[in-house]
Structure formats: C-alpha cells, structure tokens
Design a protein around this ligand. Structure first.
Ligand SMILES: [Zn+2]
Ligand SMILES: [Zn+2]
Length: 295
C-alpha cells in the first residue's frame, strides 16, 4: 500500500502527470497532502476513518485530481494560491496568455482529467506554523517560486521534508506560470537545504531521496545550466524571444504535448523570466525586440 513509512507518516507514489505522489499522516488527526496519486489507495484510507485535513501544496492541476473524494475534510492551501483552487478561469489564467481555443482545451482537461471542482479553502497554510497532529509535528514552509503559494512541509521529529514540486527530478525546476519566479525558486531551494533532513519526499519522479543537500544542489544547478546555455546562444548575436524559444533550451526544439500543456508556451514564459533576470543583473540589454548580451 505505501512506498515509504516512518511512524505515522506514509507515502504513496502516484503515476505520471496528471498525477503526483501523496503523503498521509495517520495520527490522532488524519491528514492527506496532495490527494492526486492513486484513487483506490486514497479511497481505502478514507474507508478506514475520517480524514480530518486535506492539504493541497499548491494550485496545480496535478495535485488535486482526487480531492473530490474528500468533500468533508477541512481544506488547506496557501492564501496566494487559494483563489486558483476556487475558480477555474483564474487557474487557467495562471498558465499565461492563451487563445480562446487553448483555454477551451484547458477547461476540458481540468474538468474531465483532473476532476477540477471549485473549492473554497477552509484554512490557510501560513509560513512557520507548526501543526500538532498527535505524535507528529509538522512545520509549514512557504517555498514560493514554482507558484506564489507553493509550500513544503517539514516533519520535525521524523526529519522528513516533503518538498512538493521542488521535486528534485532531472527535468529540473518549473517556473513557467505567470506568478512563478526564478529568484524565489532559488531562495526556496537554498532555504530547504538548511533543515536537518533524513529523507526528502517529493511530488514527482523517484519521490524518495536521501536527506543529502547535494540532491538539492544538483536540482538547483539545472537553473544555472539553463542560464549558461541561454548566454551561449546570445553570444552568437542579438536574438528575439521567439528565436530563443525555438532554441528549445529547456524542453527541446519540438516538445511533445503533456496533457493540455503547450510546452512551447512554457518555454517562452520561462525563457522570458531568464532574460528578465539577466537584464536585472546587467548581463543583457533589450533593443526593440532584440536581447543583446552585454560584455
Ligand atoms: Zn506544480
Ligand atoms: Zn506537480
């Protein structure tokens, strides 16, 4: 049933997108973080007794797929992401400027494949709060960057860190929403490294990692590698954002579709954020449509 257990903390691996891994705390208070892994397993947890709390680590479609199984649980999310869980159109708007046709595709995907049901958050996840669940004490860590309201969760006694979508995969960090931010992603990752951890649990991929901060460093390094490739490309001459996107530095030159994702749009948003960051530190200047490497 579980892929990892330590005391009352239990971990269920989910399948590929649009699913993610779930975490159960089976204590005096029963709590699930990200009910988006395995319908049968989540149902059997529910059959064993009430689930008091349902937490969604951040407002992304692949973290909510089975939330509908827990309508009676108190629903928690960070205030910055709460509006997107309560309104379908505002969630779609997070993903950037889209044609009406793309929005329609997203609406269908969110409703049919991700079982999106608008839901008001009952309780806000607040940075620094320590939740007493019985034996287990869990610290809420606001770790923005991936989304504005993205949270990680630290289990103090067990020395387990659930890093959610700072997922330590080889694919590297995602910061392709309107509200995503590279600098915040870097700061959040650096902060997660400061906790004493035995095991990192993540939302995607392998999901279970040694609590060695080198795992975070490797993941962080991918951001700098992307930036390095962008600089190399700009060394060949001034480029428009369109030309940078065609280079496919993150997702390759003709990325496959993933659910309703148009990865070309994601590439564009993420590369625009990298160019913005390079401009802020004076490595790039913009002339009309062109980005020019300085020095
Ligand atoms: Zn996400
Ligand atoms: Zn995810």
């Amino acid at each position: 049933m579980f892929d990892f257990t330590k005391g009352a903390i239990k971990f269920i691996r989910g399948g590929r997108y649009p699913f993610c891994h779930s975490l159960l705390v089976d204590d005096q208070i029963r709590m699930i973080i990200d009910a988006s892994s395995d319908k049968d397993k989540l149902q059997s947890i529910k059959d064993q007794g009430p689930v008091d709390y349902l937490i969604t680590s951040h407002a992304h479609e692949d973290h909510i797929v089975f939330n509908y199984l827990f309508p009676e649980s108190k629903f928690w999310a960070h205030p910055s992401d709460a509006p997107f869980l309560a309104d379908l159109e505002s969630l779609i708007d997070c993903y950037g400027d889209m044609s009406e046709e793309d929005k329609k595709r997203w609406r269908e995907f969110l409703q049919n494949d991700c079982h999106y049901v608008p839901r008001k958050v009952d309780l806000f996840l607040e940075e620094g709060t320590i939740m007493d669940l019985g034996k287990v004490r869990m610290q809420i860590i606001h770790a923005p960057g991936h989304t504005k309201g993205h949270c990680a969760f630290y289990f103090i006694q067990e020395k387990i860190m659930f890093t959610a979508d700072l997922d330590l995969t080889k694919a590297g960090p995602y910061y392709g929403d309107r509200g995503s931010d590279i600098e915040e992603t870097i700061q959040s990752l650096k902060r997660l490294k400061t906790f004493e951890v035995e095991t990192y649990l993540t939302s995607h991929g392998k999901g279970i990692f040694d609590g060695d901060p080198a795992n975070i460093d490797r993941y962080l390094e991918i951001i700098y590698l992307r930036e390095g490739k962008l600089i190399e490309f700009l060394k060949t001459g001034p480029k428009t954002l369109e030309q940078v996107v065609k280079e496919g530095i993150i997702y390759g030159q003709s990325p496959n579709a993933l659910g309703a994702w148009d990865l070309t749009l994601t590439e564009k948003i993420m590369m625009a954020k990298h160019l913005g960051r390079l401009a802020r530190i004076g490595r790039v200047r913009q002339e009309g449509e062109f980005f020019i490497l300085v020095a």
